[in-house]
Design a protein around this ligand. Structure first.
Ligand code: PXL
Length: 270
């Protein structure tokens, strides 16, 4: 893509490649709300449709791989994408399409949220997809954002404490030649420590734990806000700092919506 095309926009363009969450709290819906809130233009490639609320997923149906390819082509031909992020990709066939060089060539910066298993335990990536995620998609990323469970799958090591978390970030970063931020929210403690590893350096990000009963979509919102801050031109360390603050603030200001209490994405911290 030529540079002129990239700078023709009044606002940066971000692309989310992921699943639809009918409850609106995670997936593509959470990403679009985050993009609207942070002043970037959101575009989407839907990989699958899920029937769910924050409490449970009752059905998942993937799009055809051809439709995924057609969506990526349409969006990248029509818009100057600054940053793309991947979320729920569901199958190895879909990962293969996203990873094809002739399909994703218009994407300068890729954020990979290696979505595998939901907090509820539901499988968001079929077992065959783990290998495709590791071998085909991770090496294309600028930054990968696993939670503790995903980092355990990617490294085949147990993560029980902050030292394990650091080692996992370094192992993933060095192995795939990417930056890696492992999110520590699933470890115990009154502080949540996320660790970014980039080009041989560790950057810890510490925040007080926010005690809320619903954290559905927090991972999606972290990677989407990270993509948005990168699209605004922030350096990776500053983009991670801001993404973490955005998620914390959204959790802290959760709104009561029926029986649920989803994050408030429309009240950013700065
Ligand atoms: O948070 C991971 C995630 C991503 N994408 C979709 C989801 C979920 C979790 O439920 O439903 C569509």
């Amino acid at each position: 893509m030529n540079e002129e095309f990239l700078f023709q926009s009044d606002v940066p363009v971000v692309l989310s490649i992921g699943g639809s969450d009918s409850g609106g709290g995670a997936g593509i819906q959470a990403d679009l709300k985050t993009y609207a809130s942070l002043g970037v233009y959101g575009t989407t490639v839907i990989t699958c449709v899920t029937a769910q609320t924050p409490a449970e997923i009752t059905q998942i149906e993937p799009m055809s791989p051809d439709l995924v390819t057609a969506q990526i082509r349409a969006v990248s031909n029509g818009f100057p994408i600054a940053v793309a992020k991947t979320g729920m990709l569901y199958s190895d066939e879909i990962i293969k399409r996203v990873a094809r060089a002739d399909v994703n060539q218009g994407i300068p910066i890729l954020v990979v949220d290696p979505v595998m298993v939901a907090a509820s335990g539901a499988r968001l990536l079929q077992p065959k997809g783990n290998e495709a995620m590791r071998d085909l998609l991770l090496p294309l990323a600028r930054v990968v954002t696993p939670n503790v469970f995903e980092a355990e799958i990617l490294t085949s090591h147990t993560i029980a404490n902050h030292e394990d978390l650091k080692l996992a970030a370094r192992e993933i970063g060095d192995k795939f030649d990417v930056a890696c931020v492992v999110k520590g929210g699933h470890l115990d403690g009154e502080e949540v420590v996320d660790v970014l590893y980039d080009e041989g350096e560790f950057y810890p990000f510490v925040s007080p734990r926010i005690h809320v009963k619903e954290t559905h979509g927090a991972g999606c919102v972290f990677s989407a806000s990270l993509a948005a801050y990168l699209a605004h031109g922030h350096l990776l360390t500053e983009a991670v700092r801001r993404a973490k603050a955005y998620v914390s603030h959204a959790l802290e200001h959760a709104s009561k919506i029926g029986h649920h209490a989803p994050m408030n994405l429309f009240n950013p911290p700065e």
